[in-house]
Ligand binder design. Structure first.
Ligand code: A3P
Length: 318
């Protein structure tokens, strides 16, 4: 094991000398690894994931581009899966941030040895921001829920978030700069379009393995989505549960309004490897179309042009 790990470190060091470098949002640089802009520690995590992570056929992954609704889906998936374990008057989510409900794969693979997940009961849940094409082939037989969101809203949400957790010794990061970088594809796990398309294409090929959701549809049709989620995970709601209001209760419990007002999400902190993030940073506005408060007409036209071009012929529309 040690020898194997040392070899991975050598490969990693070599990679880092050769990969194209771009401006970072949180830290100084991102690196283009197999077509995607990734931070150094997560490039290493990706190598360790490929080498050591052993998926089980029953694993369920929540995949997303950052700021597309990961926190919300974590809460929805967790409370749907554990609906027989908690009552809605004394729920786990009343005292724990949604990010804590199941592990973020990248953080768990940052160090050697990677976290041992063998004790987790099945189905095991994991979240990841890696695009489909950066995941080990062995994971592709597992089920994935992918959540995507209108790109202009993602850009705004990401810029605000990254500014909050940006390394303090870096110069300020303007919205203009973020906009240009996002359009060029340079932001963590970007290009956005390639990320979304990697899962979109896979979902067309294997709809039974990948549930492709949009933030906007979760917002507009929360109950329908929760029922689809349950069915997809192999634990559909019984008629009696629906009558008792279980679906409705899950939606209410996980609503922006409810979660963002809980003490734990106002004051609590979540650790991702060495990076600490206050829970409240995961709850900003939770609205559709907030980009209107940030993008000029000219910016809107430029990015919409890119979006049209990139998604042309894919069948995916925002
Ligand atoms: P905004 O910054 O536009 O408000 P992620 O969880 O992938 O990091 O995405 C964060 C975005 O989802 C933020 O968007 C956040 O406010 C929003 N969000 C978090 N919890 C939510 C919820 N329960 N319902 C709707 N949106 C939510």
């Amino acid at each position: 094991h040690e020898d194997h790990y040392n070899k991975i470190c050598e490969d990693y060091n070599h990679l880092m000398e050769t990969l194209p470098k771009g401006n970072g949002w949180r830290a100084k640089h991102l690196y283009n690894y197999n077509g995607f802009w990734i931070s150094p520690k997560y490039i290493k995590a990706n190598l360790l994931l490929h080498a050591y992570f052993k998926p089980q056929p029953t694993d369920i992954f929540l995949a997303s581009f950052m700021k597309s609704g990961t926190t919300w889906l974590k809460a929805l998936i967790f409370s749907t899966l554990t609906r027989h374990l908690y009552s809605f008057s004394a729920h786990y989510l009343h005292h724990h941030g949604p990010q804590s409900t199941f592990p973020f794969l990248e953080s768990e693979c940052e160090n050697f040895p990677i976290t041992d997940f063998t004790h987790m009961s099945s189905p095991r849940l994991f979240a990841t921001h890696f695009p489909r094409t950066l995941l080990p082939e062995s994971m592709t037989s597992c089920k994935f829920v992918y959540i995507c969101r209108e790109p202009k809203d993602v850009l705004v949400s990401k810029w605000v978030f990254m500014n909050k957790i940006r390394e303090k010794d870096l110069p300020p990061f303007s919205f203009d700069e973020a906009f240009d970088l996002f359009c060029e594809g340079v932001s963590n796990y970007g290009p956005f379009w390639e990320h979304v398309l990697s899962y979109w294409r896979a979902s067309l090929e294997s709809p039974e393995k990948i549930l492709f959701l949009k933030y906007e549809e979760v917002k507009r049709q929360s109950e329908v989505v929760v029922r689809r989620l349950a069915a997809f995970m192999g634990i559909p709601f019984m008629a009696e549960e629906v009558e008792k209001g279980v679906v409705e209760n899950i939606v209410k419990l996980c609503s922006f309004e409810n979660l963002s007002n809980l003490e734990v999400n106002k004051k609590g902190v979540e650790k991702f490897g060495t990076v600490e993030v206050e829970n409240r940073e995961f709850f900003r506005k939770g609205e559709i179309g907030d980009w209107r408060n940030y993008l000029s007409d000219e910016m809107k036209q430029r990015i919409d042009g890119i979006i049209d071009e990139k998604f042309k012929g894919s069948g995916l529309i925002f």
